[in-house]
Write a protein that binds this ligand. Structure first.
Ligand SMILES: Nc1ncnc2c1ncn2[C@@H]1O[C@H](COP(=O)(O)OP(=O)(O)O)[C@@H](O)[C@H]1O
Ligand SMILES: [Mg+2]
Length: 276
């Protein structure tokens, strides 16, 4: 992967949660419930028309499409059991799809194992069990770099720059940290692979609003370095505020797809999914 400092263009510390990147148009989004990429161009990552479930069980995803462009933040929201985590697992190769495909940077990776997808630049922080609690913070970060042969130290310093508290606690068992700090370990560990796409399943679960804001700021900072973020969030309103693109999933289907801003302004989305 590139030898350049992925965080060299980090912004100042008081970054707001407004989207600093140019808004532009969204050629892959059609308003309403139909989602399709524009002919001839694909986003950096797309799970397109994904249909599938677990093992021999029923399909959980039905023609579900999720995508994100370079350096952008895409957020998946929706009720419990809507298939948000399943959609993430499908994109990461943990599900056998019966329909659809996953394309990363123009390459169809539908048949690749999760490990092979990591080698292609994908990193996934699952919803639960996303750190090694009986290892130190630093050992967790080292585990994240298992595919790397070089530059681990430099990447670790970048992670410590992003999450300074982790440097202070680097010799502590990760299991002793607070919820928010554990999530920082999980995100930091994922960043150790120097991914191009960072996938986060409910990174702010169980943390206070202040810690949530702080984590979102750090996620924006990561996106500004050119890393694409695909994230599931229960804090739908706050997450859509920082989202370039938002996906509302209901029963494994795309219910709404639009810019985060447009979804926040959409009466039906507000009433049904954002509590009014
Ligand atoms: N490992 C699994 N095996 C079988 N069914 C599962 C598994 N994980 C989730 N499901 C089912 O898939 C559906 C969607 O779950 P999930 O993707 O976890 O929803 P969400 O993340 O939106 O809350 C639910 O009906 C759930 O019971
Ligand atoms: Mg989930």
């Amino acid at each position: 992967m590139s030898g350049t400092d992925p965080y060299s263009d980090r912004g100042n510390k008081d970054v707001t949660i407004t989207n600093p990147r140019p808004g532009g148009t969204f050629p892959h989004v059609k308003h309403g419930d139909q989602v399709a990429p524009a002919a001839g161009e694909l986003p950096f990552l797309i799970g397109e028309n994904m249909t599938g479930g677990y093992g021999r069980g029923p399909d959980i995803l039905h023609d579900c499409t999720i995508f994100v462009d370079k350096g952008q933040i895409a957020v998946i929201v929706g009720p419990n059991g809507a298939g948000k985590s399943t959609g993430m697992k499908a994109v990461f190769g943990m599900l056998d799809l019966h329909g659809g495909r996953v394309v990363l940077d123009g390459e169809d990776i539908s048949d690749l194992t999760p490990q092979a997808r990591v080698a292609k630049g994908m990193a996934f922080v699952p919803q639960t069990n996303n750190i090694f609690t009986s290892m130190t913070v630093e050992e967790n970060l080292e585990m994240g770099a298992f595919l790397r042969r070089d530059g681990i130290r430099q990447t670790m310093e970048q992670v410590y720059d992003l999450f300074p508290i982790l440097k202070d606690k680097r010799r502590q068992m990760a299991g002793e940290l607070s919820g928010g700090q554990r999530q920082q370990v999980a995100v930091g560990r994922a960043l150790m692979t120097e991914p191009q796409l960072l996938m986060l399943d409910e990174p702010t679960a169980g943390v206070s609003p202040i810690v949530m804001d702080e984590l979102f700021d750090r996620i924006i900072e990561v996106a500004r370095t050119g890393i694409s973020i695909l994230m599931v969030e229960q804090n739908a309103r706050q997450a859509l505020e920082i989202a370039d693109t938002g996906f509302v999933l209901v029963q494994g289907r795309n219910a709404f797809t639009d810019t985060g801003k447009a979804l926040l302004a959409n009466e039906e989305v507000r009433r049904s999914f954002l509590g009014g």
